[in-house]
Design a protein around this ligand. Structure first.
Ligand code: TRP
Length: 335
């Protein structure tokens, strides 16, 4: 059987929320169970340093994200699950690729462009507050991808450009030195829902409108009660397609339950009742994983041993490839 190699990184800033679960974690775990795919999943902790200079937060977030994936049943015997910083070959490759990637290409990366544009609008020097980490971010990401010969890279829309840059960098290296890199392709999962947050905009840490995935039961109920609704009274028909409550419901419910809720909306279900049902559903879905999650947070030694095992498996790929890359660029033992 020919298998597809699929790779995704998760930047270790912030606490996973319902939007991450529906949009990224759930589909990635499902894909990793497909015998036709070979999944590489990793904690992008060097990427975290670009956005976050608070060591406690980077540490805590790495732990929470690792515990989340394990609690939700990622099969780490199948998927290679590791932490970027445990693979020194990735940072070595980053430098070699830096010496090969065009600066002009990086000038066009949108994280960097957004920063310089904001500075210009504020009348500052365009590079004010811009670190080399932010500027070189796409090269580190290219190293993540090319190191493992990934063919498919599932990402959000904002990351497509980075995968295309990785492809560009790979092509240039292959042409100039030796054809060592597989050309990756970005995959945007159009069928997965982009969840709305408490205020109805996309659920995102930067909007402060998230519902954390493993909130304790009471707080989960409270958070769901805070979802913004309109002022329609019980008995007045409500538009399901304009409702965050319904949108989150459909991301968790079966098609039959979703059809039933749609009918209830049209018949004027009270907001309080719709939210109560939403809480029951989300809570029942997440409760078993939540219990495992808190047990894992209390046992960091276990998480660490899983990551170390993953690093060992990942390095079985990265060590030989990096040796070839070094050889190709002229760095090797004297002979
Ligand atoms: N930059 C990605 C993000 O913020 C995370 C990431 C790092 C990544 N390295 C990667 C994603 C490699 C895919 C492949 O979402």
């Amino acid at each position: 059987m020919t298998t597809q190699r699929v790779l995704t990184g998760i930047t270790t800033t912030g606490t996973p929320h319902l939007g991450n679960f529906v949009g990224a974690i759930r589909p990635a775990i499902a894909a990793s169970q497909d015998p036709a795919t070979e999944s590489f999943l990793f904690l992008a902790d060097y990427h975290a340093l670009i956005k976050c200079q608070d060591p406690a937060q980077v540490r805590q977030s790495s732990k929470e994200i690792a515990a989340t994936w394990l609690a939700l049943g990622l099969d780490t015997e199948r998927a290679v699950f590791y932490r970027q910083s445990d693979i020194p070959e990735i940072t070595e490759l980053t430098w070699i690729l830096c010496c090969n990637a065009a600066k002009g290409l990086m000038n066009r990366a949108h994280a960097y462009k957004a920063a310089t544009q904001a500075n210009e609008e504020a009348g500052e020097d365009p590079d004010f507050g811009v670190t080399m980490g932010l500027f070189s971010y796409p090269v580190l990401m290219a190293a993540d991808i090319l190191m493992f010969g990934a063919q498919r890279v599932p990402v959000g829309r904002d990351q497509i450009q980075h995968v295309e840059m990785a492809r560009d960098i790979a092509q240039r290296f292959n042409h100039h030195f030796a054809p060592l890199f597989t050309l990756p392709e970005a995959v945007v999962e159009d069928h997965v829902a982009v969840l709305q947050g408490l205020d109805g905009r996309k659920m995102s840490k930067s909007y402060h409108n998230t519902i954390p995935l493993f909130l304790p039961e009471k707080q989960l109920r409270k958070a769901i009660n805070k979802i913004k609704t309109n002022l329609l009274e019980p008995g007045e028909p409500k538009d399901p397609d304009d409702s965050t409550v319904f949108q989150i419901w459909s991301a968790f419910a079966s098609p039959e339950e979703t059809a039933r809720m749609r009918a209830d909306f049209e018949e004027g279900i009270a907001w309080g009742e719709a939210k109560r049902q939403l809480f029951e559903l989300v809570n029942a879905t997440l409760a078993p994983a939540r219990e495992r999650y808190y047990a894992l947070l209390d046992d960091p030694g276990h998480i660490e041993s899983v990551l170390q095992r993953g690093a060992e498996r990942a390095r079985a790929f990265s060590t030989p490839l990096l040796a070839q890359v070094r050889e190709a660029v002229g760095i090797s033992a004297m002979r």
